[in-house]
Design a protein around this ligand. Structure first.
Ligand SMILES: [Zn+2]
Length: 95
């Protein structure tokens, strides 16, 4: 996996600082508008806006994604839950 460091921003769900992104496939991890992510502090699904700020991915947006992308996000969320404190976990009851 390749990690790319970016200007610090805050997770819109838990407000933790985010200054790096890692691409699961090992490709270039530089986010672009529309890129998807999972916060490793709270496991929230995130989406990049046109200005590369991040916002929570809505349930409707998630459900409109191709199945392989939804499965990849769920896999990343499950991995994040392994290290995220229970009180900060987002969406655990929705699986
Ligand atoms: Zn978060």
């Amino acid at each position: 996996m390749k990690t790319t460091h970016v200007a610090e921003t805050k997770c819109p769900q838990c407000a933790c600082a985010i200054d790096a992104h890692t691409h699961l496939s090992g490709d270039d991890a530089t986010p672009t508008p529309g890129s998807l992510s999972v916060c490793l502090r709270c496991a929230a699904y995130l989406s990049f806006n046109d200005d590369l700020s991040i916002r929570p991915l809505t349930t409707a947006e998630f459900e409109a994604l191709p199945l392989d992308v939804r499965l990849l996000l769920r896999k990343a969320r499950r991995a994040a839950w392994e290290v995220v404190p229970v009180e900060l976990q987002v969406g655990k009851r929705k699986l």
